[in-house]
Design a protein around this ligand. Sequence first.
Ligand code: SF4
Length: 533
Amino acid sequence: MKPVIVLGDEAVALAAIHAGLTAAYSYPGTPASEVMEYLQAQPEAGKSYLASWSVNEKTAYEEALGTSFAGKRAMVSMKHVGLNVAADPFMNSALTKIGGGLVLVSADDPSMHSSQNEQDSRFYAEFARIFCFEPSDHREAYDMTRLAFDLSEQYEIPVMIRLVTRLSHSRSVVQPSGLRPQNPLKLGPGRDWTLLPANARRRFKRLLDIQPELLKESESSAFNSLKLNPGQRSLGVIASGIAYNYVRESFPDPAQGPSVLKVSTYPLPESLIRQLVSEVDTILVAEDGYPLIESRLKGMFGIPAKKVVGRLTGALPASGELSPDVLRPALGLAALPSFTAGPIPLANRPPQLCAGCPHVDTFIALKRALDEFGRGTENVFSDIGCYTLGALPPYEAVQSCVCMGASIGMAKGGSEAGVYPAVAVIGDSTFAHSGLTPLLSAAAANTDMTVVILDNGTTAMTGGQPSFGTGDRLLRMVEGLGVPKAHIRVIEPLPKNLEKNVQVFKEEMGYKGLSVVVPVRECLEESKKKKRS
Ligand code: SF4
């Protein structure tokens, strides 16, 4: 096979295809979306394997689990916060007897380029007691993913590939290896999947029993390496994932640098760590994410008389992405010469809604209606999507953005605490992802609040993936959840309809019970795309 130049996400997707993938599932989210986009763009998609967006990450994980149950290889990919949504099936799947290899790709976003936090998925892998790979480059992303399927089948557990933004979204050369055929259909013994307490206890014991084997696997992995430099005993570095590249970049001549342990697999390769620790006085831990290794070094390994430094001690910043520049002072290196361009007369360009975005017309009408109640946007609980940008000037139309679907539950809680009128704003895709259950709860209580479901027909913020909760289906879902039909109102957010729309908002906010307003207008970017195609 010829070498290819691919994104980190694409290297993982390509490896899955070559490893005999039968089905892949995902929910869009930066920096993981490109895994599914690549799978879907290949000519074999839909023929030799299935590559499908799911309604949310939990559903995606469960779909992949079903494929694995059938003996076939499955991949599920998501951004780090998506794993919070999928945490229930993920944690429990560590106890089930994985049939076809199940690989979970969790792409973390240190520095929060496009996320509401920078949590580190390696903790989830440790929490579930499964095996985890952390590639340092694209080639490893490919090789590790292939191996992850094998290990998943060998140990009957899901295996995680942990990526970070810098790797997911950069390009490099990958040398693919051969194509493996798909697994035959083979259903697993149901009792190993039926987590009734007696079975779950047995399966959990089994998971604990294989921990020494997983440790052995990690310690013997060719992806970890220890390069001792006997001439440099004062400092040793443990570098995981992409941080390993930053250390290499800092010392073009390794003979001039410290001893370096590259860590790419979890559970942590303890004996390699102990070997490094015995050779040096101070250990600097460089990891792109939370200080997982650093904290384990201080606790689990109980290293006396050795200094461990990293994010916890302030040797490295406590948050944000690592980079070669960030790392240099901790390695005792001077900053590299840099060039300051000086003041450039460019206007600041903060993120904002596209000019002509339909959300703008909704926000203008909503604000006018709230005004009539003598209230401002402090009454509006919002969610995650393009419309979150409505929190910024010049609109300042919404507040709160916590997690997918939170707007409706928060508005219900706010209403029950006395907020009036209580308003939730959520997009159609986010509503399908996590808004149905809180709306069901509000319908059962007939909570006095107005839910605004912005139906632009797509998952706009992540690039226009399909929405599961748009059009008639959305209206039927809302009605089916118990919202009175008379208080499900559809509006068209256009400047010419402003007065009509303000009136609808006013009527529904004034109604003493649960109402839903659905502004329907296609995302401008999507309609432009359609015109171009
Ligand atoms: S992508 Fe679509 S929904 Fe998002 S801001 Fe632009 S027009 Fe609005």
